[in-house]
Every structure is written in structure tokens, then in C-alpha cells.
Design a protein around this ligand. Structure first.
Ligand code: PLP
Length: 368
């Protein structure tokens, strides 16, 4: 009776191809950090490779080492990991470091002068204040280009803070700052290829595309254009079964804290999914699931292992053993996340390890 998470690898492959097509000839990488946003890198990354993806990004060094074992030849960029002290690990696994500041630059240059080092990505901070060289650090390199000696350039990257809000002035401002910084960069990064766009950035238009797209969320079905129809295919379906039903014959309170009140005449169903499975506790107020095609609202708090649904309106009556859709048709990840007061990114990466996981498809092209 445990819940089943079905992950559609063909849909992930189709999403990658849609993003590639939106990039209009600019290559499209795939970001598979955090275990491919919770969906399982071991299955997702080979499916993306089968779909045609040639370049990958992860956040951490151990994620990169695991991905290297899956994809022996693909370029793998490591977005958010220390460089100094780990140079030999990058080299041993042919990983592409992202140099996020002058200390990274100095450490990698020292290493690259002494050993056969992979090419490196240089990240510029264009206004997010998270990772990357500041304009002052770029000026320091411009004034002392010898500091980069020994380094081979893979490309130059930056990251957008507000790409999901196309009208936000920061998008144009980051573009302006990036172009200004690129003009100041000395060799080997002068004239190197550039990547800027995440999923939403790809939809900002070709000015943001440069030489490589770096989508993550949209590959997994998340909406890169909030407020507009989602162009991506859904990739996950979470289904569970009703454990018990109960007909309420007097006013009662439901769940921990007795926070919800139900009146006589309601029918409740208990389902074995809870916050330990990533069904966020904050969904308690507004959440819902689909039972036999009908929206069944969540009643009371989400427990660790259980939720209670109001199935009074389900046609033909809901019964133990009936399937419940928590994510899937009619319950897209953006909506479910919004009901829990968060974003689909967090919901996907919170999906627990207790589900039976079922992968369908291969990611490969069928008829394209
Ligand atoms: C996570 C991440 C991405 C992918 O972003 P999405 O919004 O998931 O498409 C791209 N670049 C960097 C630097 C990231 O950290």
C-alpha cells in the first residue's frame, strides 16, 4: 500500500529537446544537481544523454564523481564546490571546476602550472551576490593577467536572480554587468564562450542565451514561465492508496492539534503519505489530492506518515484501496508547491526515499 513515484524519462528527454529548440542552435546542457532535483540522477542523467544532452552540471564534487561513473565522457561542471585543496580530485575525474573567486583562481592556476589540469569555468557575480567574481575582482585580474597563467578556459558563466520575472529590471541589469565584465577579462577568458540562462532565462529571449543554456527545473516539468501556461511536460506522478475511510456522524476534529473541524455527513479517507515523504507539512491548510477524478481537500495537519482527505464529493464514494493522485494530472508540481507555501524546486528536492520509484521510458527520441 506504499506510495509510488513514477518518473517519466521520455518526458524529461522531451523537455530537454524543447529547451534545446528554444535556444535556437545554442547548445543546451542539463543541471542534475541534488540527485536530479530529487528524481534520481542515476536514471535521469543517462536518459538526458540518450535524448542528446552532451554537457552536465552538478553542485557538489561528490555529485560530480557519481555522475562521472554514469557518463564517462561528458563534460561535468561543478557549480558550488570548493576548489582549493580539491584540485587533484577535479583532475582525477576530469571534472570542470567553477572558479567562484580570486582564491579559486589562484589555487587553480598554481595547480594548472604544475599538472595537466582540466579547463575551468570562471563565474562572474553580476548582481546576485552569491558566487562569482565581483567587478573589483575582475579589475584585479585585468590589472594582473599573469595570475591566470596556466589556466585553460572552458567558459565564463553568471547566474540570473530574477529570470522567472521577465519584467524585473534586474534581468537587463545583470546582462549589462555581464557584458561590461566580459570586456575586461584577460586571456584565457577573453572571448571565451559564455553561459547565463537557467530554465527561465532561456525564455527571456536570445539576448540571454549566449553560448550555452543551463536549465534544471524545466527539465523536470517545472514551469519556467510562472503566470503563463507551462510549456513543459509533467515528469512525475505520485500515487498512493486509501488505507481507511470513515463517515463522520457528529462534529469532530481531525489530526494533530485538532486544528480542523468536520461536520456530520462528511466522509474522510486516510492515505499513507506524510511529511517524511516530502508531502510538506505546510500543505495542511490548502492542499488537496485527486480521488477518482475529483479534488479531495486535505483536512487537518499533515502527519509524518499520513494525511486525511475529505472525499465526500467523490462520485461513487471512495473506499480503502482506491488510488489517490498527489502529484500528476491535475496536480502539477508548481500548484502543489504553492499550496504548501513553497516552490516546486523545494518540493521536488524534498521528495522522500520511502516511495517505490518507477521509471518509464528511456529519454530517447521517438519519432523526432
Ligand atoms: C541550479 C542552477 C541552474 C539551474 O537552474 P534552474 O532554475 O533549475 O533551471 C543553473 N545555474 C546555476 C548556477 C544553478 O545553481
Amino acid at each position: 500500500m506504499s506510495a509510488v513515484l513514477t518518473i517519466d524519462l521520455d518526458a524529461i528527454g522531451a523537455n530537454w529537446r524543447l529547451l534545446r529548440d528554444r535556444l535556437g542552435g545554442v547548445p543546451c546542457a542539463a543541471v542534475v544537481k541534488a540527485d536530479a532535483y530529487g528524481l534520481g540522477m542515476a536514471r535521469v542523467a543517462p536518459a538526458l544523454a540518450a535524448a542528446g544532452c552532451r554537457r552536465f552540471f552538478v553542485a557538489q564534487l561528490d555529485e560530480a564523481v557519481a555522475l562521472r561513473a554514469l557518463l564517462p565522457d561528458a563534460p561535468i561542471g561543478v557549480l558550488a564546490a570548493p576548489v582549493a585543496g580539491f584540485e587533484a580530485d577535479y583532475a582525477a575525474h576530469a571534472l570542470t571546476p567553477v572558479l567562484n573567486g580570486l582564491p579559486d583562481v589562484d589555487a587553480w592556476a598554481r595547480f594548472a602550472r604544475a599538472a595537466d589540469a582540466p579547463a575551468a569555468i570562471l563565474q562572474l557575480d553580476t548582481g546576485m551576490c552569491r558566487l562569482g567574481l565581483s567587478p573589483a575582482e575582475v579589475e584585479a585580474l585585468a590589472a594582473d593577467p599573469g595570475r591566470l597563467e596556466g589556466i585553460r578556459a572552458d567558459h565564463v558563466m553568471s547566474h540570473l536572480a530574477c529570470a522567472d520575472e521577465p519584467d524585473h529590471p534586474q534581468n537587463a541589469e545583470q546582462l549589462r554587468r555581464l557584458r561590461a565584465a566580459l570586456r575586461r577579462l584577460p586571456a584565457p577568458f577573453a572571448g571565451a564562450p559564455v553561459s547565463l540562462a537557467n530554465s527561465s532565462g532561456i525564455f527571456l529571449g536570445s539576448d540571454w542565451h549566449f553560448d550555452l543554456g543551463r536549465p534544471g527545473y524545466a527539465l523536470y516539468g517545472g514551469n519556467p514561465v510562472p503566470g503563463r501556461p507551462n510549456p513543459m511536460r509533467p515528469t512525475v506522478r505520485l500515487e498512493a492508496r486509501i488505507l481507511q475511510t470513515r463517515d463522520i456522524d457528529r462534529r469532530e476534529h481531525v489530526g494533530y492539534g485538532a486544528t480542523a473541524t468536520v461536520e456530520a455527513g462528511r466522509r474522510l479517507a486516510t492515505v499513507a503519505v506524510g511529511y517524511a515523504d516530502g508531502f510538506l507539512r505546510s500543505a495542511g491548510g490548502d492542499g488537496a489530492a485527486i480521488v477518482s477524478g475529483t479534488r479531495a481537500p486535505l483536512v487537518g495537519r499533515v502527519s509524518m506518515d499520513l494525511i486525511v482527505l475529505d472525499v465526500t464529493d467523490v462520485q461513487g464514494g471512495a473506499a480503502p484501496g482506491d488510488p489517490v493522485t498527489l502529484l500528476g494530472p491535475g496536480r502539477d508540481i508548481d500548484t502543489v508547491a504553492a499550496e504548501a507555501g513553497t516552490i516546486g524546486y523545494e518540493m521536488l528536492t524534498s521528495l522522500g526515499s520511502r516511495y517505490a520509484r518507477l521509471y518509464t521510458g528511456t529519454g530517447e527520441v521517438t519519432g523526432a
